[in-house]
Design a binder for this molecule. Structure first.
Ligand code: PLP
Length: 362
């Protein structure tokens, strides 16, 4: 096998080698059944067992035991931007949004198409630099729910404290932060995440929904877009992306075997500290996009003194086995996405490369 790249892709993103190898090993002959999982019915006992086990593992790693349903949905995390208001935004109510980056803004824009949506807090005016503090958040008491993005993938910020929303259901887009650190999942009425960062390959979105949100069937919503449809059918209403879900299962086991979310957080803090320390010690050669109190332990974003130097940085990094370091096309700069599967050594190598690049170009 060729040398593994130092994979800092923002998503689809790195998976642990052990997970890829296990998926490869079982791809042709799944658990000795003489067929691939991709060749059998999603109604088979083998798939049903996998489905159930993956749901249970998801709850366990989130620290939830009962009272929530785990659904595997299609359409990416973006589909949730419209499914949430379609299912939960009743006439006379508003959807409240914490707009802290491009993805939460997209969620807010989609909700406005469906019904009435308002911004409970936003840090857009300060270029997303610092996340709103508790005192900056104004939640309309008439809210059907509050929506937030716990980790802002493009901007590189992360909420350290989850806002209190009282009796109003809190919904969290955790696409780029799920299982990266312990989080009080009970504070959320719904959590969702596209798999392609910390959970596995693209093609499935995991939604964890509290039972009370599933009591009423929204009859005005097409059947496939109702959460109740999927919940009533153990997420087997239609054909699920079985292979993606299988790899999610392997990823969840990998997290568990490697110390769970507590250990993931320790590793992620240590990994990103290597990079933030280089930025902070660079005397302004590297400037972090995000204020220290809002920095993400998943996506590290920074600029160099000029766009030419940024281009040179990316080009040279590629020659040195680093992948995926160019910032999002909407913001430019550099972004190093160090999801759970990115090893410490990759961040150590990147920190070293950054120091060396500055020496030669500073
Ligand atoms: N929300 C967040 C926080 C994301 O990072 C992304 C993708 O990067 C999305 C939503 C959109 O996900 P998808 O491409 O699965 O629709």
């Amino acid at each position: 096998m060729s040398k593994r790249a130092y994979n800092f892709n923002p998503g689809p993103a790195a998976l642990p080698l052990e997970v890829l190898q296990k998926a490869q090993e079982t791809f042709v002959d799944y658990n000795g059944i003489g067929m691939s999982l991709t060749e059998i019915s999603h109604r088979s006992k083998e798939y049903e067992a996998l489905n159930r086990e993956t749901q249970e593992l998801m709850l366990e790693l989130l620290g939830l035991s009962s009272g929530y349903q785990v659904l595997f949905l299609g359409g990416g995390a973006s589909m949730q931007f419209s499914m949430i208001p379609l299912n939960f935004l009743k006439p006379g109510k508003v959807g409240s949004y914490l707009v802290t980056g491009s993805f939460s803004e997209k969620a807010y824009q989609d909700a406005k198409i469906v019904g009435e949506a308002v911004i409970a807090a936003s840090n857009k005016e300060t270029n997303w630099r610092s996340l709103p503090k508790a005192g900056d958040i104004r939640i309309d008491p008439n809210s059907a729910y509050v929506h937030m993005t716990t980790n802002n993938t493009i901007e590189g910020s992360q909420w350290s404290d989850i806002p209190e929303t009282g009796d109003i259901p809190l919904i969290g887009d955790m696409t780029s932060g799920i299982l990266s650190r312990p989080i009080d999942a009970h504070k959320f009425a719904m959590i969702y995440a596209g798999a392609q960062k910390n959970l596995g390959p693209a093609g499935v979105t995991v939604a964890v929904i509290r039972d009370d949100l599933l009591q009423e069937e929204p009859k005005h919503v097409p059947v496939m877009l109702r959460y109740t449809t999927h919940a009533k059918n153990q997420s087997l209403y239609n054909t699920p992306p079985v292979h993606s879900i299988y790899v999610v299962n392997l990823m969840l086991k990998w997290v568990k075997e490697n110390g769970g979310v507590e250990e993931m957080e320790k590793q992620n803090v240590a990994k990103t500290k290597l990079l933030y320390d280089v930025i902070d010690a660079s005397g302004g050669f590297y400037t972090g996009n995000i204020a220290p109190d809002s920095r993400s332990i998943m996506n590290v974003t920074f600029r160099l003194p000029s766009e030419e130097l940024e281009k040179a940085f990316v080009k040279e990094s590629e020659k040195n086995n680093f992948v995926g370091l160019a910032g999002h096309r909407s913001v430019g700069g550099i972004r190093a996405s160090a999801y759970n599967a990115v090893p410490y050594e990759a961040c150590a190598a990147l920190a070293e490369f950054m120091v060396d690049f500055q020496k030669r170009n500073g």
